[in-house]
Design a protein around this ligand. Structure first.
Ligand SMILES: O=C(O)C(=O)Cc1c[nH]c2ccccc12
Length: 708
């Protein structure tokens, strides 16, 4: 089950003609898909489109009642391959994933579907994770659209525009037999707004009906000679058809006055930030009443030559606001202006940063520089922001990503760190997922990461003679790609690498979705397929499953054996314990309910005895748990602050295990907090408190007598 329930949002998907939908951008997309009569939907979760996948998973019954097939795909490649259903049949379909990483994974299928073309509308919804807050490499999906020739819609962040983009996207796809990418930036996905809904449309043809009467057309399959014809078709038919559709249906928009000495061309997805930048400069208001002509590219590929020429004609200079690099749009605009034989100067990256998020402030600075040169008569306010005073800046703590309180992955890295003391440092090939946080303090473990499920493959060229490399992979990455690309490859190549597969029961980093090996019951999917069986099935011989990662002794023993066993071939340790975030999401409401019903509930908490703690903090260095902190030493004769467990502790017990395994100190204790205790339990507690209180008072008296 995903990190939260979308039961309320599923109700929004049922809204009919004329009713108002209010909610998150990415959820408006799901409603727009149903209004467009999609026959099938698929995808792979990842920020910022995880909620799209989650809401569909929760809407299984509604989708089934509408005749829509939904699949939580094994990877983005799987999702993209689903678009095959739109090649020969008039089936509308949509798939979604995180970009640019998901598009990388999907690119084989995308190239194929883009080559043969589609009959039914095919929409690829990409959550563009670029800029501030992103967790991935900074690249643009734009390059994929260009190289495979798929159209790229980048709608203005505004719910009606986004909904319109989905509906028009299908029509554009059908009119030009081309798959269409709908790029939704982080801000668009998570913005909130409203639009007036339409009735959901049952697909004109369902996937069942299509399958009942199979169509075969070899001219749509990528095989010589059809592949050569596809390329010609792309440039001679589909491209002109795409341009004609965008122009005739006015998918792009214009703001501000019709004429002007200068103008602005902006990617649709950046429009709100540009408008805010103009507002800061006194050139617009909050509602988009721009004082300069703005041409808003809701479709960023292909560009529409006639529209570009008409906008640039008569203007001395046009500023293009295009985020990221290379500046594909700027290059193309220069070509189009040249071809139209216009003298308009296209200005872009010379006044704007070549890399990074185009926030309103960044755009305002660039716009100011542009206008100072090309329209100096405008009197613009100075926008420089004074830096924070140094003492304030120094007080702002950094917040690097880290493992959650009680995370079961932490003991895996504690074990590796302790083992490093015995066996020396090892090359560690990391993967994508929460476990990647091991590269940061306090663990500082991990040398490279090459992609999702590629931890083991990332160690494959690395074959030190006397020391094995360690690869780390999550269960998410394992099922996404790791089983074949990593473990299968290692078996085939007799690779000695040790792989630790962190099996926490979910695709945790993407929001806790179920996967094949999840232990959860899932009504719509099959789960409980053990990773150990899968790796043995592919030929791995040395496999150990540790079913409680917090058991440092067993965790370390398994790793030690894997590192030193004389057996050849891959060594695989499956490290199992449930993702603590998901566990708490399940447990907390249950505990709260039981407590309010007056039932006896025991909660575990760990603590540090300040009198015993030596203040050396190895426990913190080997655990890194956010609940483990420091506080002033109560002993006036000692200066080092003591370790302290705050109330966010979930009682996983790792800190106690660490102090034991590392032979640190006996200062950790476990407390059981009993809510609604039984009668005898209550009396027993009162008696104990009285006795302990008396001893403590005596101790305090003795101390006070010796105090100076
Ligand atoms: O959800 C995220 O932030 C991820 O980076 C996970 C992810 C989902 N699909 C991928 C494909 C390649 C690399 C990472 C991911």
């Amino acid at each position: 089950m995903a990190e939260r329930s979308f039961a309320a949002e599923v109700e929004l998907l049922k809204l009919g003609e004329g009713e108002t939908f209010t909610g998150e951008g990415i959820l408006a997309v799901t409603k727009a898909l149903l209004q467009s009569g999609v026959a099938y939907v698929g995808g792979y979760q990842g920020s910022p489109i995880s909620h799209l996948m989650d809401v569909f998973a929760d809407a299984n019954d509604l989708l089934a009642s509408l005749g829509v097939h939904f699949e939580a795909s094994a990877s983005e490649a799987t999702a993209a391959a689903m678009l095959a259903a739109s090649v020969n049949y008039p089936l509308r379909g949509a798939v979604a994933w995180k970009s640019v990483v998901g598009t990388n994974v999907a690119s084989d299928a995308l190239s194929n579907v883009a080559s043969g073309g589609v009959t039914g509308g095919a929409l690829v919804i990409v959550g563009e994770d670029y800029g501030e807050g992103s967790s991935i490499m900074q690249e643009r999906t734009h390059a994929f659209a260009m190289k495979s020739q798929m159209w790229l819609i980048d709608p203005r962040p505004n719910l009606p525009s986004i909904v319109d983009a989905v509906e028009q996207g299908f029509r554009l796809s059908e009119a030009s037999n081309t798959p269409v990418m709908l790029e939704l930036r982080v801000r668009s996905c998570h913005m909130t707004g409203s639009f007036v809904a339409k009735d959901n449309l049952r697909p004109a043809m369902t996937v069942d009906e299509a399958a009942a009467a199979p169509v075969r057309d070899t001219s749509r399959i990528v095989l010589p000679p059809a592949n050569f014809l596809h390329e010609v078709e792309k440039v001679e038919k589909r491209w002109p058809a795409g341009i004609a559709f965008v122009r005739e249906n006015r998918l792009n928009e214009w703001f501000g006055p019709d004429e002007g000495e200068v103008g602005l061309i902006v990617q649709g997805g950046l429009f709100n930030s540009l408008n805010r930048a103009m507002e800061l400069l006194g050139l617009s208001d909050a509602f988009g009443a721009a004082r300069l002509p703005v041409y808003c590219l809701n479709v960023t590929y292909p560009l529409i030559p006639d529209e570009v020429a008409a906008f640039c004609r008569g203007k001395r200079a046009v500023l293009v606001l295009e985020e990221g690099q290379p500046e594909f749009i700027e290059h193309e605009l220069n070509t189009l202006v040249r071809r139209a034989d216009l003298q308009t100067r296209i200005v872009g990256k010379e006044v704007l940063p070549r890399a990074g998020d185009y926030t309103a402030h960044v755009m305002a600075q660039g716009l100011r520089t542009f206008l100072a040169e090309w329209q100096p008569a405008l009197d613009l306010p100075d926008l420089s922001i004074a830096p924070l005073p140094a003492p304030v800046a120094a007080q702002i703590p950094q917040r690097p990503a880290g493992f959650c309180t009680g995370c079961p992955e932490r003991p895996v890295f504690t074990s590796m760190k302790l083992l490093e003391r015995e066996l020396g440092p090892t090359h560690v090939s990391a993967d994508i997922g929460c476990h990647l946080f091991s590269i940061l303090p306090p663990f500082n473990i991990g040398n490279t990461t090459m992609g999702y499920g590629l931890g083991t493959a990332g160690a494959s060229a690395f074959k030190p003679k006397d020391k094995r490399a360690i690869a780390v992979m999550g269960d998410g990455g394992f099922w996404h790609n790791g089983l074949t690309s990593g473990i299968g490859n290692a078996v085939f190549n007799k690779d000695d690498t040790v792989t630790v597969i962190v099996d926490n029961g979910y695709s945790a980093a993407t929001g806790g979705q179920d996967i094949l090996s999840s232990r959860a019951d899932n009504r719509a999917r099959t789960t409980r397929h053990p990773i150990e069986r899968a790796v043995r099935g592919i030929g791995a011989g040395w496999v150990r499953t540790v079913d409680r990662t917090y058991d440092l002794k067993r965790m370390m023993a398994a790793l030690r054996e894997a590192m030193t066993s004389p057996e050849r071939g891959p060594k695989i340790v499956v490290a199992q314990s449930e993702c603590m975030l998901n566990r708490q999401r399940r447990e907390k409401p249950r505990v709260r309910k039981a407590m309010s019903e007056g039932k006896r509930v025991v909660r575990e908490r760990f603590g540090v005895d300040p009198d015993t703690c030596t203040g050396d903090h190895s426990c913190i260095r080997l655990s890194g748990c956010p609940s483990l902190s420091i506080k002033p030493n109560p002993d006036p004769l000692r200066r080092d602050p003591v370790a302290h467990v705050d109330n966010s502790c979930v009682g996983c017990g790792l800190c106690g295990e660490v102090s034991h395994a590392a032979v640190l100190c006996p200062s950790f204790y476990r407390a059981s907090i009993v809510a609604n205790p039984g009668r005898w339990e209550g009396r027993w507690k009162a008696l104990r408190s009285r006795l302990i209180g008396a001893l403590q008072k005596r101790d305090a008296r003795l101390r006070a007598a010796r105090a100076f």
